[in-house]
Each structure stands twice: as C-alpha cells, then as structure tokens.
Ligand binder design. Structure first.
Ligand SMILES: [Zn+2]
Length: 304
C-alpha cells in the first residue's frame, strides 16, 4: 500500500487513509488559527521563520489537507515544528505526511509510547519535554505546555496562550456530550486535573474535536463527566445490571437528563459513556496510567 498506514494491516484501509477532506480554518488572533475537518480540531501558529502546527490529523490524506490549508493561510513559511497534543494516531499519527522534516515536540510519556508503538507514519518526537509545566520559546513564539498528570491518552499536553486568553486541550473536555466510550481517558484524576486549568486566565477553549467554546461550557463539561461518575456509582448501590447497555443507558440518562439533556449528543452517547465509566469503579481504572504518576510505567523500561 502506498499510504502510511498507522496500525492498519489490511490494504482495504487505503481509501480511508487517502481521503482528503475539506478543512475549515478560523483566525483566532494575529498569529493563531484553528482548523477542523468537521469533527477533529487543532491549532497552528505563525512563527518568525516557519509554522508551528499542533498535531497532524489522523490519516495521511487529512495530514496533506492540513498542510495545504496551512500553506494557503501562511504562504511562504514551511511547517518547521509539530507539537503532539498526545500519542493517539487519530490526532498525531501522520507527521510523515504533514511535514517529514519538522522538529517534533512531545511529552516524555507520549514519546515513549510512540517509540514502542512503531506505527507507520507516526514520527518519533525530536524534542522531548517532561513535568507539569514547560515554558519554551519556539521560533519566536512563547509556549506554555502543561501536563498536570494523566487525563487522556499518554503524555497529554495542554497549551495555554495568555495573550489570547485561550486554552487548547485535545480529547479532554467538549462543549457537548459526545464522549462515547471514553477510550483511554484516565478517570481517577481526570476532572480534578481538568478543573485545575481553571486557575489560569482564559476565556476561549479550543478542544480537540467539535466547536471552539468558552470557559463556562468547559466548566459544564467538567460538571457533566463528574455527574456521570456519580450516577455510575449510584448504579452499583441500586443493583442496576451495570454490564448491560440498555439498563445503564436508561438509568444514567434518567438521572442526568434534567441537568445535561440539553447537551448535544446526550441521548446517543450517555449509554456508552456510562458503560465505560462504570467499569472504572468495577475494575479499578486503566492500569497504572490511572494513578497520578504514570511515568513509573515506562521509567526504566524505555530509553529515548
Ligand atoms: Zn485521543
């Protein structure tokens, strides 16, 4: 197959991988734009010499469409830096197709997972950072990259832009209820870490999917996840068959519909979300990554 294929093994994936969607670009400030393929979303910035792109989108075709949209927006400057928001292929899997020579910044845990994963098209980070708070200047742009601990995926970096009063955090909080199965969300500390970002001064929130939103709807997103967590715990007490979709969907939807029924996607997604969350309490979470210090997992096992 001519396309980089991530972890796909079948040649039949080619049409999916090659598809190049229409991208929509919105300017957020003099130097910062957001871009979406209709579902996924990220940001990019203009540096002195080149472009700083967060993430790559999730297929070779989308990465090419992302590169073209950047080139149209900021002509004559190449993508010199890519920052991975987290390790997941649907966000950061195809730097090879976006900008094969760009420097890549990522969190240490993200870099270690990518090294072991060896997905085709997902380039290894070249500049690895670690710890909860990193201040760097890249190509004249001051960046604040934050990782308070495990939230979603491995080594998830949130970016705070104080001059724009803007926060970008991928695959964490949305302004709707479209969470589905919450794969690889580390629920033990998720809401606590996400609420921690409210200590910073920002008004605009750019999520990794769906529309750009604001502080109020970010807070409601935190409230929503917390409320699903509470309802799921209550389901144990009331002996709801927690392993079955329909009883959980009915139970949790009924408990939360007055407060959160207005969130887009509530009816269709609340059942899956509840099934995932209930298993957090049943089984104890997502292994060591559901503790505040997931770095222990790979500390002595993977050398970058
Ligand atoms: Zn993700």
């Amino acid at each position: 197959m001519s396309e980089n294929r991530g972890l796909f093994t079948t040649d039949k994936a080619r049409d999916y991988l090659a598809f190049e969607p229409e991208m929509s670009v919105d300017k957020l400030s003099e130097r910062l734009w957001t871009i979406s393929d209709g579902v996924y979303r990220t940001i990019f910035l203009e540096g002195n010499e080149g472009v700083i792109a967060f993430d790559t989108f999730g297929t070779p075709g989308k990465a090419r469409a992302y590169a073209r949209a950047i080139d149209k927006t900021i002509p004559h400057k190449a993508i010199a830096t890519i920052i991975y928001s987290h390790d997941h292929l649907d966000h950061a899997g195809f730097a090879e197709d976006l900008a094969p020579n760009a420097e890549i910044i990522a969190d240490e845990i993200c870099a270690k997972v990518i090294k072991l994963r060896q997905a085709e098209g997902q380039r290894q980070p070249t500049n690895v950072i670690s710890g909860p708070e990193n201040h760097l200047t890249v190509d004249g742009v001051d960046l604040v990259l934050l990782n308070p601990g495990p939230t979603h995926g491995s080594g998830n970096l949130t970016a705070w832009f104080a001059p724009e009063k803007l926060l970008f955090s991928s695959d964490t909080i949305f302004a709707n209820a479209r969470y589905g199965l919450l794969p690889d969300i580390h629920l033990a500390n998720f809401v606590k870490f996400m609420r921690g970002f409210l200590r910073l001064d920002w008004d605009t929130f750019v999520p990794g999917r769906y529309e750009v939103t604001d502080r109020e709807r970010f807070e409601k997103g935190c409230d929503f996840i917390e409320a699903v967590q509470e309802a799921c715990q209550q389901a144990f007490v009331e002996f709801v068959p927690i392993w079955a979709y329909e009883p959980m969907q009915g139970y949790v939807a009924n408990k939360l519909k007055d407060r959160f029924g207005d969130l887009d996607g509530f009816e269709e997604h609340i059942g899956l979300t509840a099934i995932r969350i209930v298993h957090h309490y049943l089984m104890g979470g997502w292994s060591l990554e559901d503790t505040p210090t997931p770095g222990y997992i790979l500390a002595d096992e993977v050398q970058l």
